[in-house]
Design a protein around this ligand. Structure first.
Ligand code: SF4
Ligand code: FES
Length: 255
């Protein structure tokens, strides 16, 4: 597709800090290459703001290749923008037209408080992960080759698919209840499907669900919005598996 340049109007959420009141500011941006990524377009906006002696827009990013999960933005009312299974950093300006007005906002969830402008604090996910998203293995001397344990192909594929969750939080942001069940379901499933994860399975699901609740995420009411907006296509099946794991652990004597 031939590259071209477009002019856009940006409506961007600006907020000085966690305690201040935010508002939408309007900016005109000209000569945006349709080959540039959405984040490169924001870089261009920031260069313009700096040249005009205005404060640049704070936004989160790291890998810019769809793997770190930090580029979490609400674009035109959708988590990560208009394309399915695409992170904000992988979204290109060719998805927009000359003259478009684009709304850019941070995630909205009590569990993800705004730090500044478009940056939110997603450390609640880190604490959920720290509560059980690991396997304790003694690696001193007798480590078994992973390939020595046969794993059915379907289980390996499902575990891998669950492990592709990048912790971006789009599932929470797009859920009317701010539920984190898709994220936690993916993290629980990643281990529950593999023999290595069975040892601590009961404790893991109990701890991760407890931490999820303590962080203030809402309950799941099966709207399915999370699955639709997840940039990694994490399936709702992972929520069902987490619920089964939780029930199993409640019935077990070892928690
Ligand atoms: S489940 Fe999907 S939307 Fe939720 S954190 Fe993981 S990758 Fe992001
Ligand atoms: S910047 Fe890492 S996923 Fe977008």
């Amino acid at each position: 597709m031939a590259s071209k340049f477009i002019n856009v109007t940006l409506k961007v959420w600006r907020q000085k800090n966690a305690d201040s009141k935010g508002n939408i500011e309007t900016y005109q941006l000209s000569k945006v290459s349709t080959d540039s990524s959405f984040l490169e377009m924001l870089d261009q906006l920031n260069e313009q703001l700096i040249n005009e002696k205005e404060a640049p827009v704070a936004f989160d990013h790291d890998c810019r290749e769809g793997i770190c999960g930090s580029c979490s933005l609400y674009i035109d009312g959708r988590a990560h923008g208009p394309q399915t299974q695409t992170t904000t950093c992988q979204l290109h300006m060719r998805s927009f037209n000359d003259g478009d007005t684009i709304y850019i906002e941070p995630w909205r969830s009590k569990a993800f408080p705004i730090i500044k402008d478009l940056v939110v604090d997603r450390s609640a996910f880190d604490r959920v992960q720290q509560s059980g998203g690991f396997v304790s293995v003694n690696t001193s001397g007798n480590t078994m080759d992973a390939n020595a344990i046969p794993i059915p192909k379907a289980d390996a594929d499902n575990a891998f698919n669950a492990a592709t969750c990048i912790g971006c939080g789009a599932c929470v942001a797009s859920c009317k209840n701010s539920s984190a069940m898709l994220f936690v379901g993916a993290k629980v499933s990643q281990y529950a499907l593999l023999p290595q994860g069975k040892v601590e399975a009961n404790k893991r699901v109990q701890n991760m669900v407890r931490q999820m609740d303590e962080e203030g995420f809402g309950n799941c009411t099966n709207t399915g919005a999370c699955e639709v907006e997840c940039p990694k296509g994490i399936s709702l099946e992972n929520i069902a598996r987490m619920n089964r794991e939780f029930l199993k652990s409640n019935l077990s004597s070892e928690k």
